[in-house]
Design a protein around this ligand. Sequence first.
Ligand code: NAD
Length: 331
Amino acid sequence: LLTNGRVLITGGAGFIGSNFIPYFLEKNPNVKVVNLDKITYAGNLNNLDEINTHSNYTFIKGDICDYPLINKLFEDFNINGVINFAAESHVDNSIDSPSPFIKTNIEGTFNLLEVARKHWKEKEYRFHHISTDEVYGSLPKEGYFTEHSNYQPNSPYSASKASSDFLVRSYHHTYGMNVVTSNCSNNYGPKQHDEKLIPTIIRSAIQGMSIPIYGNGKNIRDWLFVKDHCIGIDKIYMQGVPGETYLLGGNNEYDNLTIATKLCEILDSKIPNVKGSYLNQIEFVQDRLGHDFRYAIDSSKISNQLGWKAFENFESGLEKTVDWYLNKYQS
Ligand code: NAD
């Protein structure tokens, strides 16, 4: 049974994984978690300090592309669940250097599926693949992505995630494996790597540097507080229908300039800027190549079928996020 299973969580030292594992362990006191993470530049074990000594938690440093290692973990821990967060996740890096994205996101996912296929025959098990709304490409001003939207990935990152989604899908249709996939909008919250938009804005602001905003700042993303994503992942992992995909979004559509403006205003209210306002530090920089215009999600399927909805209000979520980074950057 999944509620007292042994789950291999990959990429658990990254942003979402390190928010998810503590929540998942607390929510499911009989589940054992093995966190397999390569600790690339994006992984940070300090993000897991709160559960380091938890009796149901084991950390293994390693690569999801390493078949013998995964195979051994399945044997040693009698793994009956996988939640696959491990990925190269930064679009800009995928534009500069796509190769690691192909390796980890595609080959790594394939590798996990292959080991699972070998081990899981008649047992109760689950393979949950974590993915992104970026696989659906770019929306115009109107409309939303749904589970029926066409895949139209535009960056090497989203193309690699789309490929992994297809592999997962195929293991259900071909081998009958018990897989679920979730595609989520942009997450925000504590523990995100410095390279991403919101940490970059906060850090640049308080360090008195220019706050870089791509193009004209009009690209729109939907933002979901990471804790809400974690609640959704737990629900999908435990209750999702095998072979199904679920989309999660926060109903918080904002363009990048608005995000920067909101963050600067929160910062102004917390640490007054001697030169006036952090807003003066915003600077438009050359746009990202192939920058998708808009992503937005219709979450009605997961809401109707699994009773999930985003709880966090965007303003309070941003404030919590700012507080977390201020604590990090100022200590
Ligand atoms: P992240 O970059 O913060 O973390 C990725 C983690 O994976 C890191 O700890 C890294 O060390 C690990 N990793 C990388 N390559 C590995 C490998 N070969 N073997 C083992 N571990 C490896 O990413 P994130 O933001 O936490 O995203 C997690 C997942 O969620 C990704 O699959 C991403 O595509 C997806 N996702 C992210 C967002 C978002 O807004 N951050 C939104 C939707 C979906």
